[in-house]
Design a protein around this ligand. Structure first.
Ligand code: 7PM
Length: 273
């Protein structure tokens, strides 16, 4: 189902579903698909509002994979998921061909860490009519953490997103379909990420829902001294801070824990005087 961006009242939890060969231990496409479906069912039971399916790794240093490989990974998972849930499924990709196949298979949102800057992506998104998450990144995944550099990180991220929103509306994508994301960890130092989280409200000048993804990221590791599998509490804290500072969607690995934390936050926000 399509993500109806304007209907986002309470903060939405987006569960991260990686369908990459390193996300399961033994070989085979079917093992990857079944593993992803089990994870998806669990996240839905835990209260996820959106599932984000990624078949191409965007991690720093990751190699590019080709379109066919990416399609083989994600399309069977999307097809199976839309058969078992009405919750929107998002496709994490930068490739026009993958966007097309994923939306035809039932995905209702395109989550692009390159903000539709690859060849054909803007046109594909406009033609498909799905919701789109535009994310900021400085540089390219392979090299972006070498020397992140900003005079004013919040202002530069906001300006970049404003320019991409303009490119989208000029290409025929309605504003109502757009979500913006500062891209925590994508060409940013720990200090840049902390500053962006503190100033997240400044992105509200764009007038669009804000998505924040901090789950298990290395900034949280640096702040706490924790390894990647020990970052759940820091991730939940980051999600609560992001929502407090204006995020409408949080992209997370730990759905149940995040839902509980946001339930407590909502009770407090709806009380007081
Ligand atoms: C290694 C490093 C593996 C980083 C995976 C990642 C975001 C995203 C990712 C985000 C949006 C991760 C990242 N992060 N899409 N895709 N926003 N919209 O932690 O922050 O999942 S990949």
């Amino acid at each position: 189902m399509k993500l109806d961006v304007s209907s986002l009242k309470q903060p939405a939890v987006m569960g991260i579903l990686n369908v990459t060969p390193d996300s399961f231990s033994d070989g085979g496409r079917f093992a990857a698909r079944d593993d992803a479906l089990r994870q998806a069912e669990r996240m839905l039971a835990e209260g996820a509002d959106i599932l984000d399916i990624g078949g191409e790794s965007t991690r720093p240093g990751a190699a590019d994979i080709d379109v066919q490989q990416e399609l083989d990974r994600v399309v069977p998972v999307i097809e199976a998921l839309v058969g078992v849930t009405d919750k929107p499924v998002s496709i994490d990709t930068s490739k026009a061909g993958v966007m097309r196949a994923a939306v035809h298979a039932g995905a209702g949102m395109i989550n692009d860490v390159r903000a539709l800057r690859e060849d054909g992506a803007l046109g594909a998104a406009a033609e498909l009519g799905a919701a789109v998450c535009l994310m900021h990144m400085q540089g390219q995944p392979r090299t972006m953490q070498r020397d992140p550099d900003y005079a004013d990180v919040t202002a530069e991220v906001t300006q970049f997103l404003a320019d991409r929103v303009e490119a989208c509306t000029s290409a025929g994508i309605p504003r109502e379909n757009l979500v913006v994301d500062p891209g925590f960890g994508f060409g940013k130092t720990v200090a840049h990420n902390v500053e962006l989280l503190a100033n997240l409200r400044q992105l509200q000048t764009l007038g669009l829902p804000i998505l924040a993804g901090l789950s298990r990221k290395s900034t949280l590791g640096e702040l706490t001294g924790r390894g990647v599998n020990e970052r759940m509490p820091a991730s939940v804290a980051a999600a609560v801070i992001a929502v407090t500072n204006g995020a409408r969607i949080v992209r997370v690995h730990d759905v149940a824990e995040t839902v509980d934390a946001l339930t407590v936050l909502a009770a407090v926000m709806n009380s007081g005087s």
